[in-house]
Design a protein around this ligand. Structure first.
Ligand code: MTE
Ligand code: MO
Length: 273
């Protein structure tokens, strides 16, 4: 087997035309996205790693790359193959279809807000009986949890065993006393980035707002002071630089969801578009 531990995409062609229509992307291992999004927020650096399948395709000259420059360290082949054969407790494969495991969390870009831990505020509002605005100090007073989970970016990378510390979304939602039991949670981030998940997804114990990653303060580029982590959905559901949680009865599809990406975003069903 070739050694493809390091996949440097810098030498590959860049498509200036932006989005590839989903119908054409589906033929590839992962959808590729190079469009600098409005507001500068986004997947403008949303460069996929090459999956083994894509790599072999490139080697055979079968695929024209449209990624931006970037280097991803994927797991060495023996480790990758071993993990591919593993299953989660719920019986689903450890690596969802079309994903390649990587070694480090990349910075996928987006536009940060101005918040620091001293001036950060979290507004919990919408269809709730007790809307609240929390400071970072208030936030830290809620029950904190550590969760180790796998995360899956729609462009094809999977980071196994990432450890996050924060407060459960369910704890925060309950604090504001929702007026509805069925509905959606809109996660509101800096600069107008939003994403939404069903309240049932937000109720899962490892769906959290995180402020630490691998036991250290969350890096600015990964969403500090506070980001969402919604492990079982593609990672665009995990908004960085979170500023608000809005409970709604009618769904409000978010930034990527209104730009052609799946609203349900289940990695095991490959709901990419
Ligand atoms: N506010 C905000 N959150 C965001 C994004 C963004 O552009 N803006 N990108 C999403 C996407 S597409 C991914 S893959 C992850 C990337 O997180 P990372 O940069 O920490 O790897 O953040 C998600 N959250
Ligand atoms: Mo992503």
């Amino acid at each position: 087997m070739p050694d493809f531990r390091i996949m440097n995409r810098a030498t590959q062609a860049r498509d200036a035309t932006g989005h590839t229509p989903p119908s054409r992307q589906r033929r590839q291992a992962a959808p590729l996205d190079t469009q600098p999004a409005p507001q500068g927020d986004a997947m403008s650096r949303h460069t996929p790693p090459l999956t083994r399948r894509t790599f072999l395709g490139v080697a055979a000259g079968a695929i024209v790359s449209i990624g931006l420059p970037g280097t991803f360290m994927v797991l060495a082949d023996p480790a990758w193959s071993a993990t591919e054969k593993k299953f989660r407790k719920d019986g689903r494969p450890r690596i969802p279809p079309g994903q390649a495991p990587i070694e480090y969390i990349p910075d996928m870009g987006g536009t940060p807000g101005k918040a620091t831990t001293t001036n950060w505020q979290l507004r919990i509002h919408g269809e709730v009986n007790k809307p609240v605005t929390l400071s970072f100090q208030d936030f830290l007073e809620f029950e904190q949890v550590d969760t180790t989970c796998d995360i899956h970016c729609v462009t094809g990378w999977t980071l196994l065993d990432s450890t996050w510390t924060g407060v459960r979304l369910s704890t925060l939602v309950e604090h504001a006393q929702p007026a509805i039991s069925k509905g959606f949670l809109v996660i509101e981030a800096a600069r107008g980035y939003t994403t939404s998940i069903p309240l049932t997804e937000a109720a899962k114990p490892d769906a959290i707002l995180a402020y630490r990653l691998f036991g250290k303060p969350l890096p600015a580029e990964n969403g500090a002071p506070v980001r969402a982590v919604v492990p079982d959905r593609y990672f665009y559901k995990s908004a960085k630089w979170v500023e608000g949680l809005k409970i709604v009865s009618k769904d409000e599809p978010g930034f990527w969801e209104t730009r052609g990406y799946s609203n349900s975003a289940d990695p095991w069903k490959e709901e990419r578009h």
